[in-house]
Write a protein that binds this ligand. Structure first.
Ligand code: ATP
Length: 362
């Protein structure tokens, strides 16, 4: 089993310059067998949270409960949790075989033969049977990461913690390892928390994503919930690539008024918003913006500054007022810098936020 409850977790670092709140009252329930992704900007507290769960860092307050046992103050070796690091953290003087078997040798009274068998089974699962007698220095980055994963798997822990395990690999290997890791996690059914900076990993690998900012949980949901129903402006801007476009507008008389355009809303949306006359933040994803059809009264004419062909799509950077925004168009459409586009923001794909709190209103 591996049901993990993080309750009111708080971690404050004290140093000469004062105190830094790295994790602020974090509450997350992680289901047995779940694959949970932690994402957020640099310094938001992802690694610190992981290290508190692993026992490598002590919590300032709060609790970490694994299957009804409070493990908050247990030493790392008594937690039944295995961690995989970005830099692999293998012992350089030991062979892959000894690296994988080391934890079993040190923390169990397992017989030598059984350890050997478990190491070989794990190596087979990771596709590294032929590398067992090599030392880390003789292995590529991808092979070293497989050994590091093998070392975690061989212990059959209740929980895996992975801190950006693929970030040192080249783009192609990363893609292969991403799917392999997902398959492996499903096959083993071990509860996994995975820290990443990478949008694609966040959107595709996990059952749910926990988005952190400044040590606080911003949203916990499936990737599609976080993409389509962001709880606030931060999540809306963080999830999705290229990022959502934001416009500061005024809402009055059924219209959103920007310094350069006016958008007349449908009666239903204006009724929903009727109590909110005044400033609002409008959010529109680049991929939601459409090219306007003739006579569309909500169309905006925008000058094209730069284009970035990506293959299937092209990112078009346009000026609206004194800011630059992104529009995604089909890759087969020729758009020249210096030309103009007529675009519309489909109302059903608009997001509206409170400009003061950032909270989502629609
Ligand atoms: P990154 O994505 O860059 O790895 P992160 O989200 O994992 O960042 P943490 O490493 O958890 O962020 O850091 C959270 C905050 O705590 C940061 O402000 C960081 O400077 C601070 N911090 C982390 N470890 C320590 C420490 N040992 N002493 C003092 N401050 C620390």
């Amino acid at each position: 089993m591996g049901k993990l409850d993080i309750r009111n977790l708080r971690k404050v670092f004290e140093d000469d310059g004062g105190s830094i709140v790295a994790v602020d009252d974090l509450n997350i329930d992680i289901e047995d067998g779940e694959f949970l992704i932690f994402v957020g900007p640099s310094g938001c507290g992802k690694s610190t949270t992981l290290r508190c769960i692993a026992g490598l860092e002590s919590a300032t307050s709060g609790q970490i409960i694994l299957d009804d046992t409070d493990i908050t103050n247990k030493p790392p070796t008594d937690r039944d949790i295995a961690m995989v690091f970005q830099n692999y953290a293998l012992y350089p003087h030991m062979t892959a075989r000894d690296n994988i078997g080391f934890g079993l040798k040190m923390s169990t009274d397992m017989e030598k033969d059984e350890i050997r068998e478990r190491v070989e089974q794990t190596a087979e699962m990771m596709g590294i049977e032929d590398l067992l007698d090599k030392k880390p220095g003789e292995l590529s980055g991808g092979q070293q990461q497989r050994v590091a994963l093998g070392r975690a798997i061989v212990r059959e822990p209740s929980v895996f913690l992975m801190d950006e395990p693929l970030s040192n690999l080249d783009a192609k290997l990363r893609t292969t390892m991403r799917t392999e890791l997902q398959d492996l996690q499903q096959q083993l059914g071990i509860t996994t928390i995975y820290v990443t900076h990478d949008q694609t990993e966040a959107m595709t690998m996990g059952d749910r994503i926990a988005i952190l900012n400044d040590g606080e949980l911003q949203q916990l949901g499936t990737p599609l919930e976080c993409y389509y129903e962001p709880t606030n402006r931060f999540v809306a801007g963080f999830i999705g690539s290229p990022s959502m476009n934001f416009f500061e507008v005024e809402y009055a008389d059924g219209s959103l008024i920007h310094e350069t355009f006016r958008y007349d809303l449908s009666r239903e949306t204006s009724e929903e918003l009727s109590v909110r006359e005044g400033p609002l933040t409008l959010g529109v994803r680049p991929e939601s913006i459409e090219l306007a059809s003739a006579g569309d009264t909500n169309a905006i004419e925008v000058p094209v500054v730069v284009t970035e062909p990506m293959g299937e799509t092209t990112y078009v950077y346009v000026d609206i007022g004194d800011q630059q925004y992104t529009v995604t168009v089909g890759g087969d459409r020729i758009v020249e810098p210096g030309s103009t586009l007529h675009v519309v923001f489909p109302e059903d794909k608009m997001h509206l936020f409170d400009p003061d709190t950032g909270e989502s209103l629609k």
